[in-house]
Write a protein that binds this ligand. Structure first.
Ligand code: NAG
Ligand code: NAG
Ligand code: NAG
Ligand code: NAG
Ligand code: NAG
Ligand code: NAG
Ligand code: NAG
Ligand code: NAG
Ligand code: NAG
Length: 366
């Protein structure tokens, strides 16, 4: 009976979407001083996605599903309407963002790295699937889209087949775009309409893929994206191996002091940010637990409770899940399972060593 309760608990755990932190409706600080504060990163951090999935307290999946594999976070377009996207729950107020990634192939398919603030300052990298020689850099200030003449394309070797390091180095004076070890573009504050169009407010980080070449889009967008997407030619996959983020400000929260959108108006609240607390949380068992797949969670509970029935149900769940994985390569599933198996062994070792924080880490989720 007790183990059956555990099973239901585990099932619930897999079905309920996890919702951490605060939620808010989007709010433009240029129109009101009542917008919610921005949680700061307030430190530097490396997110390796080629071995673990993103921490959902720090990264919110805002559309679709990201596949976590040994290669990295995979953002995949399998068919019409797919546009997996992930967004940091933290903001940086000037800093560095390096993304080690491989763009997706496919005419009309757009892979992107976007830094975006609440008042729509924006710094971009956009990769067009049909263009194997260039990457686009762009920026917007305060959502000013009266012209689209700020985009500049730079040469890059084989962005769809090779991992490259795309870095934005952002201060109140300049924005630099780097491809690997080469700085390709610099924007000075004064050169962006005397600063008016210069991105200067706390930004979060968004990574994603979308079909710029969908037939429902405007002709201009389709043309920019390089033509219509052939949905039968996919899957089209953008792979993010690593994200490094450094916040040049070390604070707890950022807020807008007035409606100017000027960096001088941004208020920094001192203290430890939620992100720092999460990053420095002990990543013992609970860290492992979080990184494990749902199948592994059930398997752990099954073996811990010693129930053959549960083990059987875990296998069934695993197989249903595996069928759902559909187009994922068999080899990839195998690799994933091997990794889970290794983590399971480590988890059991820690359990045997007397660390039983697993149940409390589960309780935290409800
Ligand atoms: C995560 O994204 C969803 C969908 O956009 C949104 O409703 C939710 O508020 C976000 N949560 C956080 C913590 O940002
Ligand atoms: C801000 O207010 C202006 C004027 O009322 C309005 O046109 C604009 O759409 C608003 N922007 C946002 C993001 O709410
Ligand atoms: C953060 O930056 C410091 C100083 O530059 C460096 O020593 C440290 O390794 C960095 N931490 C991470 C997680 O990258
Ligand atoms: C993950 O990628 C980093 C570089 O971004 C590399 O150093 C590391 O070895 C990779 N890990 C695995 C498990 O492939
Ligand atoms: C890729 O983009 C560059 C810069 O816009 C352009 O010169 C080149 O023709 C494009 N290549 C393809 C195949 O569209
Ligand atoms: C928007 O940007 C254009 C240049 O692209 C500039 O001429 C114009 O003054 C800007 N508008 C505002 C309100 O800053
Ligand atoms: C990415 O490129 C930047 C700029 O050249 C560099 O500072 C950083 O160390 C690079 N990151 C990795 C992981 O190679
Ligand atoms: C878009 O392009 C198609 C094909 O070139 C053309 O038939 C259609 O009229 C265009 N629509 C607009 C709104 O320009
Ligand atoms: C916040 O911290 C900074 C640097 O540590 C300090 O100069 C400033 O006075 C602090 N502000 C408040 C309101 O405590």
């Amino acid at each position: 009976m007790a183990s059956f309760t555990l099973f239901l608990f585990a099932l619930l755990f897999t079905l309920l979407p996890t919702a951490f932190g605060q939620t808010w409706t989007s709010c433009n600080p240029l129109n009101t001083t009542n917008c919610p504060v921005d949680n700061a990163l307030g430190t530097n951090a490396t997110f390796n996605w080629n071995g673990t999935m993103a921490d959902s307290k720090l990264w919110n999946t805002t559309a679709g599903t990201v596949q976590w594999t040994e290669h990295g976070g995979e953002f995949i377009i399998n068919g019409r309407g797919d546009s997996p996207t992930i967004q940091s729950t933290f903001y940086i107020f000037f800093g560095v963002v390096s993304v080690i990634m491989k763009a997706a192939t496919g005419q009309g398919v757009v892979s992107s790295i976007v830094l975006e603030s609440d008042d729509l300052d924006e710094v971009d990298w956009e990769f067009l699937g049909g263009n194997q020689t260039h990457v686009e850099t762009n920026y917007f200030g305060k959502g000013n889209t009266t012209s689209y003449d700020r985009a500049i394309y730079y040469p890059v070797a084989n962005p769809q087949n090779e991992f490259h390091n795309y870095t934005v180095h952002w201060t109140s004076a300049t924005i630099e775009w780097w491809i690997d070890d080469n700085m390709v573009r610099t924007l000075k504050y004064e050169d962006a309409v005397g600063g008016k169009n210069f991105p200067q407010t706390p930004m979060n980080i968004r990574l994603g893929i979308w079909a710029g070449g969908d037939k429902a889009n405007s002709n201009g967008t389709i043309e920019w994206a390089g033509g219509l997407v052939d949905y039968h030619g996919g899957p089209y996959t953008m792979t993010v191996q690593e994200v490094y983020v450094q916040d040049f400000t070390s604070g707890k929260e950022y807020s807008y002091g007035d409606e100017t959108g000027d960096f001088q108006s941004i208020k920094v609240t001192n203290g430890t940010s939620k992100a720092v607390a999460e990053i420095s949380a002990p990543h013992g068992v609970s860290g492992h637990w979080k990184a494990l797949s749902n199948t592994a969670h059930i398997a752990i509970i099954a073996s811990a409770s010693g129930s053959a029935l549960l083990a059987f149900l875990a296998i069934i769940f695993c197989c249903i899940k595996q069928r759902r994985a559909g187009r994922r390569e068999f080899a990839e599933i195998e690799a994933q399972r091997e990794k889970e198996a290794a983590e399971l062994v480590e988890y059991k070792r820690q359990m045997a060593a007397g660390n039983f924080s697993q149940s409390s880490s589960m309780n935290n989720r409800f």
